[in-house]
Design a protein around this ligand. Structure first.
Ligand SMILES: *Cc1c(COP(=O)(O)O)cnc(C)c1O
Length: 490
Protein backbone atom coordinates (compact mmCIF):
# COMPACT_ATOMS: atom_id res chain seq x y z
CA UNK A 1 0.00 0.00 0.00
CA UNK A 2 1.48 3.31 -0.99
CA UNK A 3 1.44 6.45 1.13
CA UNK A 4 -1.22 8.10 -1.01
CA UNK A 5 -3.66 5.22 -0.46
CA UNK A 6 -2.96 5.14 3.25
CA UNK A 7 -3.73 8.82 3.39
CA UNK A 8 -6.93 8.42 1.39
CA UNK A 9 -8.14 5.58 3.64
CA UNK A 10 -7.44 7.63 6.76
CA UNK A 11 -9.28 10.56 5.21
CA UNK A 12 -12.55 8.63 4.66
CA UNK A 13 -15.46 10.08 6.61
CA UNK A 14 -17.28 7.98 9.18
CA UNK A 15 -20.87 6.82 8.74
CA UNK A 16 -21.82 9.14 11.62
CA UNK A 17 -20.29 12.14 9.89
CA UNK A 18 -22.14 11.36 6.69
CA UNK A 19 -25.56 10.84 8.34
CA UNK A 20 -25.31 14.18 10.11
CA UNK A 21 -24.16 16.01 6.96
CA UNK A 22 -26.86 18.47 5.72
CA UNK A 23 -26.82 16.67 2.37
CA UNK A 24 -28.17 13.52 4.06
CA UNK A 25 -31.39 15.23 5.05
CA UNK A 26 -33.17 14.35 1.82
CA UNK A 27 -32.28 10.68 2.13
CA UNK A 28 -33.46 10.59 5.73
CA UNK A 29 -36.82 12.04 4.71
CA UNK A 30 -37.26 9.39 2.07
CA UNK A 31 -35.86 6.26 3.75
CA UNK A 32 -35.74 4.87 7.31
CA UNK A 33 -32.60 5.98 9.15
CA UNK A 34 -31.35 2.43 9.64
CA UNK A 35 -31.54 1.82 5.91
CA UNK A 36 -29.64 5.04 5.13
CA UNK A 37 -26.92 4.03 7.60
CA UNK A 38 -26.70 0.61 5.99
CA UNK A 39 -26.41 2.13 2.52
CA UNK A 40 -23.68 4.52 3.67
CA UNK A 41 -21.79 1.67 5.27
CA UNK A 42 -22.01 -0.26 2.00
CA UNK A 43 -20.85 2.79 0.02
CA UNK A 44 -17.86 3.34 2.28
CA UNK A 45 -17.01 -0.33 1.97
CA UNK A 46 -17.08 -0.06 -1.82
CA UNK A 47 -14.84 2.99 -1.81
CA UNK A 48 -12.41 1.37 0.63
CA UNK A 49 -12.22 -1.67 -1.59
CA UNK A 50 -11.64 0.31 -4.76
CA UNK A 51 -8.95 2.40 -3.05
CA UNK A 52 -7.14 -0.79 -2.11
CA UNK A 53 -7.41 -2.40 -5.53
CA UNK A 54 -6.41 0.91 -7.12
CA UNK A 55 -2.87 0.39 -5.88
CA UNK A 56 -2.57 -2.99 -7.51
CA UNK A 57 -1.29 -3.45 -11.05
CA UNK A 58 -4.16 -3.46 -13.54
CA UNK A 59 -6.20 -1.21 -11.24
CA UNK A 60 -9.62 -0.27 -12.47
CA UNK A 61 -9.64 3.07 -14.23
CA UNK A 62 -12.78 4.34 -12.51
CA UNK A 63 -11.58 3.91 -8.92
CA UNK A 64 -12.18 7.26 -7.26
CA UNK A 65 -9.17 9.47 -6.72
CA UNK A 66 -8.64 11.33 -3.47
CA UNK A 67 -10.30 14.37 -4.95
CA UNK A 68 -13.63 12.48 -5.29
CA UNK A 69 -13.93 11.77 -1.60
CA UNK A 70 -16.17 14.66 -0.64
CA UNK A 71 -19.26 13.85 1.50
CA UNK A 72 -21.56 14.80 -1.41
CA UNK A 73 -19.97 12.07 -3.49
CA UNK A 74 -20.68 9.41 -0.84
CA UNK A 75 -24.21 10.64 -0.34
CA UNK A 76 -25.12 10.52 -4.01
CA UNK A 77 -23.60 7.06 -4.28
CA UNK A 78 -25.64 5.97 -1.25
CA UNK A 79 -28.75 7.42 -2.91
CA UNK A 80 -28.21 5.09 -5.86
CA UNK A 81 -27.77 2.14 -3.51
CA UNK A 82 -31.02 3.01 -1.71
CA UNK A 83 -32.85 3.38 -5.00
CA UNK A 84 -31.69 -0.05 -6.14
CA UNK A 85 -32.75 -1.56 -2.81
CA UNK A 86 -36.23 -0.14 -3.04
CA UNK A 87 -36.88 -1.53 -6.51
CA UNK A 88 -38.58 -4.90 -6.39
CA UNK A 89 -36.38 -7.72 -7.59
CA UNK A 90 -39.17 -9.44 -9.45
CA UNK A 91 -41.11 -7.01 -11.59
CA UNK A 92 -43.01 -6.55 -14.83
CA UNK A 93 -41.25 -6.43 -18.16
CA UNK A 94 -42.63 -6.00 -21.65
CA UNK A 95 -41.99 -8.99 -23.88
CA UNK A 96 -41.15 -7.77 -27.39
CA UNK A 97 -38.81 -10.65 -28.09
CA UNK A 98 -41.13 -12.37 -30.54
CA UNK A 99 -41.32 -15.47 -28.33
CA UNK A 100 -44.79 -15.85 -26.83
CA UNK A 101 -44.23 -18.48 -24.10
CA UNK A 102 -40.86 -17.15 -22.94
CA UNK A 103 -39.69 -19.19 -19.96
CA UNK A 104 -37.20 -16.52 -18.83
CA UNK A 105 -39.98 -13.94 -18.86
CA UNK A 106 -42.49 -15.98 -16.88
CA UNK A 107 -44.08 -18.00 -19.69
CA UNK A 108 -47.79 -17.13 -19.70
CA UNK A 109 -49.58 -13.93 -18.78
CA UNK A 110 -52.73 -14.69 -16.80
CA UNK A 111 -56.22 -13.81 -17.96
CA UNK A 112 -58.13 -11.01 -16.26
CA UNK A 113 -60.43 -13.60 -14.74
CA UNK A 114 -57.48 -15.51 -13.28
CA UNK A 115 -55.89 -12.35 -11.86
CA UNK A 116 -59.16 -11.40 -10.27
CA UNK A 117 -59.58 -14.79 -8.67
CA UNK A 118 -56.02 -14.76 -7.30
CA UNK A 119 -56.62 -11.37 -5.70
CA UNK A 120 -59.93 -12.48 -4.17
CA UNK A 121 -58.48 -15.65 -2.67
CA UNK A 122 -55.23 -14.05 -1.51
CA UNK A 123 -56.65 -10.99 0.18
CA UNK A 124 -58.40 -12.97 2.89
CA UNK A 125 -59.32 -16.46 3.96
CA UNK A 126 -60.73 -19.08 1.64
CA UNK A 127 -62.23 -22.56 1.65
CA UNK A 128 -58.87 -23.92 0.50
CA UNK A 129 -59.17 -27.07 2.60
CA UNK A 130 -62.62 -26.60 4.03
CA UNK A 131 -65.85 -28.23 2.92
CA UNK A 132 -68.44 -25.48 3.20
CA UNK A 133 -71.39 -27.90 2.87
CA UNK A 134 -70.27 -30.25 5.61
CA UNK A 135 -68.44 -27.70 7.73
CA UNK A 136 -65.48 -30.04 7.99
CA UNK A 137 -62.00 -30.36 6.61
CA UNK A 138 -61.89 -30.56 2.83
CA UNK A 139 -59.22 -31.12 0.20
CA UNK A 140 -57.43 -28.43 -1.74
CA UNK A 141 -57.27 -30.54 -4.88
CA UNK A 142 -61.03 -30.81 -5.29
CA UNK A 143 -61.28 -27.26 -6.60
CA UNK A 144 -59.67 -28.04 -9.94
CA UNK A 145 -60.31 -31.77 -10.23
CA UNK A 146 -63.88 -31.74 -11.46
CA UNK A 147 -63.15 -28.93 -13.87
CA UNK A 148 -60.13 -30.77 -15.24
CA UNK A 149 -62.08 -33.97 -15.80
CA UNK A 150 -64.86 -31.98 -17.46
CA UNK A 151 -62.62 -30.15 -19.92
CA UNK A 152 -60.35 -33.11 -20.69
CA UNK A 153 -62.85 -35.97 -20.50
CA UNK A 154 -60.48 -37.86 -18.16
CA UNK A 155 -61.76 -40.09 -15.38
CA UNK A 156 -59.69 -38.32 -12.73
CA UNK A 157 -57.25 -35.46 -12.35
CA UNK A 158 -54.67 -34.03 -9.98
CA UNK A 159 -52.41 -31.00 -10.16
CA UNK A 160 -48.98 -30.34 -8.67
CA UNK A 161 -46.41 -27.57 -8.62
CA UNK A 162 -45.02 -27.98 -12.15
CA UNK A 163 -44.74 -30.53 -14.89
CA UNK A 164 -41.26 -31.61 -13.84
CA UNK A 165 -42.86 -32.45 -10.48
CA UNK A 166 -45.67 -34.30 -12.23
CA UNK A 167 -43.15 -36.47 -14.10
CA UNK A 168 -41.20 -37.10 -10.89
CA UNK A 169 -44.39 -38.11 -9.09
CA UNK A 170 -45.38 -40.50 -11.89
CA UNK A 171 -41.98 -42.17 -11.75
CA UNK A 172 -41.86 -42.41 -7.95
CA UNK A 173 -45.41 -43.58 -7.48
CA UNK A 174 -45.63 -45.99 -10.39
CA UNK A 175 -42.10 -47.24 -10.95
CA UNK A 176 -39.72 -46.66 -8.00
CA UNK A 177 -37.13 -49.42 -7.90
CA UNK A 178 -38.37 -50.78 -11.23
CA UNK A 179 -37.77 -50.12 -14.91
CA UNK A 180 -39.20 -47.42 -17.13
CA UNK A 181 -38.97 -47.76 -20.90
CA UNK A 182 -38.26 -44.59 -22.88
CA UNK A 183 -37.40 -44.24 -26.55
CA UNK A 184 -33.87 -42.90 -27.15
CA UNK A 185 -35.41 -40.26 -29.39
CA UNK A 186 -37.32 -38.84 -26.41
CA UNK A 187 -34.64 -38.36 -23.75
CA UNK A 188 -35.22 -34.64 -23.62
CA UNK A 189 -33.62 -31.71 -21.89
CA UNK A 190 -35.98 -28.78 -21.47
CA UNK A 191 -34.69 -25.31 -20.68
CA UNK A 192 -31.37 -26.60 -19.38
CA UNK A 193 -32.69 -27.81 -16.05
CA UNK A 194 -35.20 -30.53 -16.84
CA UNK A 195 -33.31 -33.55 -18.09
CA UNK A 196 -35.25 -36.74 -18.23
CA UNK A 197 -32.37 -39.09 -17.31
CA UNK A 198 -31.64 -36.95 -14.22
CA UNK A 199 -35.26 -36.90 -13.06
CA UNK A 200 -35.35 -40.64 -13.59
CA UNK A 201 -32.32 -41.13 -11.38
CA UNK A 202 -33.73 -38.88 -8.69
CA UNK A 203 -36.99 -40.86 -8.67
CA UNK A 204 -35.37 -44.19 -7.95
CA UNK A 205 -36.76 -45.68 -11.16
CA UNK A 206 -34.37 -47.26 -13.66
CA UNK A 207 -34.26 -45.94 -17.17
CA UNK A 208 -34.27 -48.45 -19.98
CA UNK A 209 -33.42 -46.80 -23.26
CA UNK A 210 -35.30 -48.20 -26.19
CA UNK A 211 -34.43 -48.14 -29.89
CA UNK A 212 -32.18 -45.49 -31.42
CA UNK A 213 -32.15 -41.71 -31.55
CA UNK A 214 -33.92 -41.49 -34.87
CA UNK A 215 -35.83 -44.79 -35.12
CA UNK A 216 -37.67 -46.72 -32.47
CA UNK A 217 -40.08 -49.51 -33.43
CA UNK A 218 -42.66 -51.45 -31.44
CA UNK A 219 -40.36 -54.49 -31.61
CA UNK A 220 -37.68 -52.48 -29.74
CA UNK A 221 -40.11 -51.90 -26.88
CA UNK A 222 -41.18 -55.53 -26.91
CA UNK A 223 -37.59 -56.70 -26.67
CA UNK A 224 -36.85 -54.28 -23.80
CA UNK A 225 -39.68 -55.45 -21.54
CA UNK A 226 -38.48 -57.62 -18.66
CA UNK A 227 -39.62 -58.86 -15.28
CA UNK A 228 -38.64 -55.55 -13.67
CA UNK A 229 -40.51 -53.32 -16.13
CA UNK A 230 -43.27 -51.18 -14.66
CA UNK A 231 -43.96 -48.33 -17.01
CA UNK A 232 -43.68 -47.14 -20.58
CA UNK A 233 -43.11 -43.39 -20.70
CA UNK A 234 -43.64 -41.39 -23.83
CA UNK A 235 -42.16 -37.90 -23.78
CA UNK A 236 -43.18 -35.24 -26.22
CA UNK A 237 -40.03 -33.91 -27.90
CA UNK A 238 -41.19 -30.42 -27.07
CA UNK A 239 -38.35 -28.21 -28.12
CA UNK A 240 -36.79 -30.17 -30.96
CA UNK A 241 -37.70 -32.38 -33.87
CA UNK A 242 -35.82 -35.30 -35.30
CA UNK A 243 -36.22 -34.93 -39.04
CA UNK A 244 -35.45 -37.16 -41.98
CA UNK A 245 -35.21 -40.93 -41.59
CA UNK A 246 -37.23 -41.29 -38.39
CA UNK A 247 -39.75 -43.53 -36.75
CA UNK A 248 -41.55 -43.42 -33.41
CA UNK A 249 -44.24 -45.75 -32.14
CA UNK A 250 -47.62 -44.14 -31.73
CA UNK A 251 -49.26 -44.06 -28.36
CA UNK A 252 -52.14 -46.43 -29.18
CA UNK A 253 -49.67 -49.14 -30.21
CA UNK A 254 -47.67 -48.61 -27.01
CA UNK A 255 -50.84 -48.92 -24.98
CA UNK A 256 -51.77 -52.17 -26.70
CA UNK A 257 -48.35 -53.65 -26.04
CA UNK A 258 -48.31 -52.47 -22.42
CA UNK A 259 -51.78 -53.85 -21.65
CA UNK A 260 -50.77 -57.31 -22.76
CA UNK A 261 -47.70 -57.22 -20.53
CA UNK A 262 -49.26 -55.62 -17.48
CA UNK A 263 -47.40 -52.32 -17.76
CA UNK A 264 -48.71 -48.80 -17.37
CA UNK A 265 -48.33 -46.07 -19.97
CA UNK A 266 -47.61 -42.45 -19.08
CA UNK A 267 -47.50 -39.61 -21.59
CA UNK A 268 -45.54 -36.45 -20.78
CA UNK A 269 -47.01 -33.96 -23.22
CA UNK A 270 -44.96 -30.99 -22.06
CA UNK A 271 -47.03 -28.19 -23.45
CA UNK A 272 -50.40 -29.84 -23.46
CA UNK A 273 -52.84 -28.33 -25.90
CA UNK A 274 -56.16 -28.64 -24.18
CA UNK A 275 -58.46 -27.66 -27.00
CA UNK A 276 -58.44 -29.17 -30.46
CA UNK A 277 -58.05 -25.79 -32.05
CA UNK A 278 -56.34 -24.44 -35.14
CA UNK A 279 -54.39 -22.18 -32.77
CA UNK A 280 -52.29 -25.16 -31.72
CA UNK A 281 -51.36 -26.13 -35.27
CA UNK A 282 -51.22 -29.85 -34.77
CA UNK A 283 -49.55 -29.99 -31.33
CA UNK A 284 -50.69 -33.24 -29.67
CA UNK A 285 -53.75 -32.66 -27.53
CA UNK A 286 -54.51 -34.00 -24.08
CA UNK A 287 -57.73 -35.51 -25.44
CA UNK A 288 -55.96 -37.54 -28.10
CA UNK A 289 -53.50 -38.99 -25.57
CA UNK A 290 -56.39 -40.00 -23.33
CA UNK A 291 -58.35 -41.59 -26.15
CA UNK A 292 -55.24 -43.46 -27.25
CA UNK A 293 -55.51 -45.09 -23.83
CA UNK A 294 -52.65 -43.56 -21.80
CA UNK A 295 -53.07 -44.37 -18.10
CA UNK A 296 -51.83 -40.93 -17.13
CA UNK A 297 -51.06 -37.79 -19.13
CA UNK A 298 -49.14 -34.82 -17.72
CA UNK A 299 -48.54 -31.28 -18.97
CA UNK A 300 -47.55 -27.79 -17.83
CA UNK A 301 -50.03 -25.21 -16.59
CA UNK A 302 -48.14 -22.24 -17.98
CA UNK A 303 -47.25 -23.31 -21.50
CA UNK A 304 -49.99 -23.69 -24.11
CA UNK A 305 -52.65 -23.90 -21.40
CA UNK A 306 -51.93 -20.25 -20.63
CA UNK A 307 -52.33 -20.50 -16.87
CA UNK A 308 -50.06 -20.40 -13.81
CA UNK A 309 -47.04 -22.61 -13.21
CA UNK A 310 -48.42 -26.06 -12.48
CA UNK A 311 -48.15 -29.69 -13.51
CA UNK A 312 -51.47 -31.19 -14.49
CA UNK A 313 -52.06 -34.94 -14.30
CA UNK A 314 -55.12 -36.55 -15.88
CA UNK A 315 -55.99 -40.20 -16.47
CA UNK A 316 -57.49 -43.35 -15.03
CA UNK A 317 -58.98 -42.97 -11.55
CA UNK A 318 -57.04 -45.84 -10.03
CA UNK A 319 -53.70 -44.50 -11.32
CA UNK A 320 -54.39 -40.88 -10.34
CA UNK A 321 -55.30 -42.16 -6.90
CA UNK A 322 -51.89 -43.78 -6.51
CA UNK A 323 -50.25 -40.48 -7.44
CA UNK A 324 -52.39 -38.48 -5.05
CA UNK A 325 -51.58 -40.82 -2.14
CA UNK A 326 -47.82 -40.86 -2.65
CA UNK A 327 -45.99 -38.97 0.15
CA UNK A 328 -44.14 -36.80 -2.37
CA UNK A 329 -47.47 -35.41 -3.64
CA UNK A 330 -47.60 -33.39 -0.41
CA UNK A 331 -44.22 -31.84 -1.18
CA UNK A 332 -45.38 -30.85 -4.66
CA UNK A 333 -48.71 -29.37 -3.67
CA UNK A 334 -50.10 -26.20 -5.19
CA UNK A 335 -50.63 -23.04 -3.20
CA UNK A 336 -53.98 -21.27 -3.05
CA UNK A 337 -53.06 -18.49 -5.48
CA UNK A 338 -51.98 -20.95 -8.13
CA UNK A 339 -55.09 -23.05 -7.56
CA UNK A 340 -57.25 -19.96 -7.97
CA UNK A 341 -55.49 -18.99 -11.21
CA UNK A 342 -55.59 -22.53 -12.55
CA UNK A 343 -59.28 -22.92 -11.84
CA UNK A 344 -60.13 -19.59 -13.49
CA UNK A 345 -57.99 -20.45 -16.55
CA UNK A 346 -59.68 -23.84 -16.91
CA UNK A 347 -63.11 -22.22 -16.66
CA UNK A 348 -62.34 -20.33 -19.87
CA UNK A 349 -61.86 -23.67 -21.65
CA UNK A 350 -65.51 -24.57 -21.08
CA UNK A 351 -66.36 -22.08 -23.81
CA UNK A 352 -64.33 -22.82 -26.93
CA UNK A 353 -65.41 -19.52 -28.50
CA UNK A 354 -64.22 -17.42 -25.62
CA UNK A 355 -61.03 -19.15 -24.54
CA UNK A 356 -59.04 -17.81 -27.51
CA UNK A 357 -59.92 -14.25 -26.59
CA UNK A 358 -59.72 -14.56 -22.83
CA UNK A 359 -56.42 -16.38 -22.25
CA UNK A 360 -53.53 -14.10 -23.35
CA UNK A 361 -51.26 -16.91 -24.58
CA UNK A 362 -53.99 -18.16 -26.90
CA UNK A 363 -54.87 -14.65 -27.97
CA UNK A 364 -51.25 -13.94 -28.92
CA UNK A 365 -50.93 -17.28 -30.74
CA UNK A 366 -54.01 -16.53 -32.81
CA UNK A 367 -53.03 -13.01 -33.84
CA UNK A 368 -53.06 -12.51 -37.60
CA UNK A 369 -50.42 -10.68 -39.63
CA UNK A 370 -52.92 -7.84 -40.13
CA UNK A 371 -53.45 -7.50 -36.39
CA UNK A 372 -49.74 -7.40 -35.60
CA UNK A 373 -49.19 -4.89 -38.44
CA UNK A 374 -51.75 -2.53 -36.92
CA UNK A 375 -50.30 -2.94 -33.45
CA UNK A 376 -46.76 -2.32 -34.70
CA UNK A 377 -47.84 0.83 -36.54
CA UNK A 378 -49.58 2.07 -33.39
CA UNK A 379 -46.41 1.42 -31.40
CA UNK A 380 -44.26 3.22 -33.96
CA UNK A 381 -46.59 6.24 -33.85
CA UNK A 382 -46.60 6.26 -30.05
CA UNK A 383 -42.79 6.24 -29.97
CA UNK A 384 -42.54 8.98 -32.60
CA UNK A 385 -44.96 11.17 -30.67
CA UNK A 386 -42.47 11.18 -27.82
CA UNK A 387 -39.10 11.13 -29.52
CA UNK A 388 -37.49 9.39 -32.44
CA UNK A 389 -35.12 12.15 -33.52
CA UNK A 390 -31.82 10.53 -34.27
CA UNK A 391 -33.38 7.10 -34.88
CA UNK A 392 -34.89 5.48 -37.95
CA UNK A 393 -38.14 3.69 -37.17
CA UNK A 394 -40.08 1.44 -39.51
CA UNK A 395 -42.58 -1.40 -39.31
CA UNK A 396 -41.41 -4.64 -40.84
CA UNK A 397 -42.55 -8.23 -41.13
CA UNK A 398 -41.19 -10.46 -38.43
CA UNK A 399 -41.32 -14.13 -37.65
CA UNK A 400 -42.32 -14.99 -34.11
CA UNK A 401 -42.25 -18.22 -32.14
CA UNK A 402 -44.62 -19.99 -29.79
CA UNK A 403 -41.81 -20.82 -27.34
CA UNK A 404 -42.16 -22.87 -24.16
CA UNK A 405 -41.00 -25.94 -26.01
CA UNK A 406 -44.07 -25.99 -28.22
CA UNK A 407 -44.16 -26.01 -31.99
CA UNK A 408 -40.38 -25.47 -32.28
CA UNK A 409 -40.34 -25.33 -36.06
CA UNK A 410 -43.33 -23.08 -36.51
CA UNK A 411 -42.81 -19.49 -37.59
CA UNK A 412 -45.69 -17.21 -36.71
CA UNK A 413 -46.11 -14.33 -39.13
CA UNK A 414 -45.86 -11.14 -37.08
CA UNK A 415 -44.67 -7.54 -37.24
CA UNK A 416 -42.02 -5.54 -35.45
CA UNK A 417 -40.97 -1.95 -35.06
CA UNK A 418 -37.42 -1.88 -36.31
CA UNK A 419 -35.11 0.76 -34.88
CA UNK A 420 -31.92 1.69 -36.71
CA UNK A 421 -29.31 4.38 -36.20
CA UNK A 422 -28.15 6.85 -38.82
CA UNK A 423 -24.45 6.85 -39.75
CA UNK A 424 -23.91 10.01 -37.74
CA UNK A 425 -25.32 8.51 -34.52
CA UNK A 426 -23.41 8.95 -31.30
CA UNK A 427 -24.84 5.78 -29.81
CA UNK A 428 -25.10 2.11 -30.74
CA UNK A 429 -27.77 -0.59 -30.97
CA UNK A 430 -26.33 -2.54 -28.00
CA UNK A 431 -26.40 0.64 -25.85
CA UNK A 432 -30.01 1.26 -26.78
CA UNK A 433 -30.84 -2.34 -25.92
CA UNK A 434 -29.06 -1.99 -22.55
CA UNK A 435 -31.01 1.18 -21.72
CA UNK A 436 -34.29 -0.49 -22.77
CA UNK A 437 -33.71 -3.19 -20.19
CA UNK A 438 -33.10 -0.48 -17.56
CA UNK A 439 -36.24 1.48 -18.46
CA UNK A 440 -39.08 2.08 -15.96
CA UNK A 441 -40.96 -0.74 -17.69
CA UNK A 442 -38.01 -2.82 -18.90
CA UNK A 443 -38.43 -3.92 -22.52
CA UNK A 444 -36.92 -7.15 -23.81
CA UNK A 445 -36.34 -6.76 -27.54
CA UNK A 446 -34.45 -8.69 -30.19
CA UNK A 447 -31.11 -7.37 -31.42
CA UNK A 448 -30.26 -8.36 -34.96
CA UNK A 449 -27.19 -7.08 -36.77
CA UNK A 450 -27.53 -3.32 -37.05
CA UNK A 451 -31.00 -2.89 -35.59
CA UNK A 452 -33.33 -3.49 -32.69
CA UNK A 453 -36.61 -5.30 -33.29
CA UNK A 454 -39.69 -4.83 -31.15
CA UNK A 455 -41.96 -7.72 -32.12
CA UNK A 456 -45.52 -6.98 -31.02
CA UNK A 457 -47.00 -10.49 -31.12
CA UNK A 458 -47.03 -10.77 -27.32
CA UNK A 459 -47.71 -7.11 -26.57
CA UNK A 460 -50.84 -6.46 -24.56
CA UNK A 461 -52.47 -3.43 -26.21
CA UNK A 462 -52.95 -1.74 -22.82
CA UNK A 463 -49.15 -1.73 -22.35
CA UNK A 464 -48.50 0.04 -25.65
CA UNK A 465 -48.12 3.57 -24.26
CA UNK A 466 -45.90 2.38 -21.42
CA UNK A 467 -43.65 0.56 -23.87
CA UNK A 468 -43.42 3.67 -26.07
CA UNK A 469 -42.53 5.66 -22.96
CA UNK A 470 -39.74 3.20 -22.11
CA UNK A 471 -38.40 3.29 -25.66
CA UNK A 472 -38.33 7.10 -25.65
CA UNK A 473 -36.62 7.06 -22.25
CA UNK A 474 -34.01 4.58 -23.47
CA UNK A 475 -33.38 6.57 -26.66
CA UNK A 476 -32.79 9.75 -24.68
CA UNK A 477 -30.41 7.95 -22.33
CA UNK A 478 -28.52 6.18 -25.11
CA UNK A 479 -27.97 9.43 -27.00
CA UNK A 480 -27.28 11.45 -23.88
CA UNK A 481 -24.56 9.15 -22.75
CA UNK A 482 -23.19 8.42 -26.16
CA UNK A 483 -20.47 5.82 -26.52
CA UNK A 484 -18.67 6.09 -23.23
CA UNK A 485 -15.88 3.96 -21.91
CA UNK A 486 -18.20 2.18 -19.49
CA UNK A 487 -20.30 0.92 -22.43
CA UNK A 488 -17.45 -0.79 -24.16
CA UNK A 489 -16.31 -2.30 -20.90
CA UNK A 490 -19.72 -3.77 -20.05
C1 LIG B 1 -41.70 -28.14 -20.31
C2 LIG B 1 -41.64 -29.60 -20.20
C3 LIG B 1 -41.44 -30.20 -18.95
C4 LIG B 1 -41.23 -29.41 -17.71
O1 LIG B 1 -42.39 -28.70 -17.37
P1 LIG B 1 -42.33 -27.53 -16.25
O2 LIG B 1 -43.75 -27.10 -16.15
O3 LIG B 1 -41.43 -26.50 -16.80
O4 LIG B 1 -41.83 -28.13 -15.00
C5 LIG B 1 -41.41 -31.58 -18.90
N1 LIG B 1 -41.57 -32.33 -20.00
C6 LIG B 1 -41.75 -31.78 -21.23
C7 LIG B 1 -41.89 -32.68 -22.41
C8 LIG B 1 -41.79 -30.40 -21.36
O5 LIG B 1 -41.97 -29.85 -22.56
Amino acid sequence: MDEQTRKALRGLPSVEELVSHPGAQKLLEEYPRALVVQALRETLQMVRKSLLTATEPGRSADAPGVGDLAPEGFLSQAALVLEAWSRPGLRSVANLSGVIIHTNLGRSALSARALDRVAQVARGYSNLEYDLEAGTRGHRETHVETLLTRVTGAEAAFAVNNNAGAVLLILMALAAGREVLVSRGQLVEIGGSFRLPDIMRASGARLVEVGTTNRTRIGDYEAAIGAESALVLRVHTSNYRILGFTEEVDLAALVELARGRNLLVADDLGSGALADSAIFRGEPTVGSSLSAGADVVCFSGDKLLGGPQAGVLVGRAEVIDRLRKHPVARALRLDKMTLAALEATLEAYQDSERVGREVPTLLFLSRTAEETATLAMDLQAAIERRCGDGFILEVEESSARAGGGSMPLLELPSHAVRIRLPESSTTSVPSLDTELRRAPLPVVARVAQDSLHLDVIALDGTDLEAVAESVAWAMARAVGRGLTASDSGR
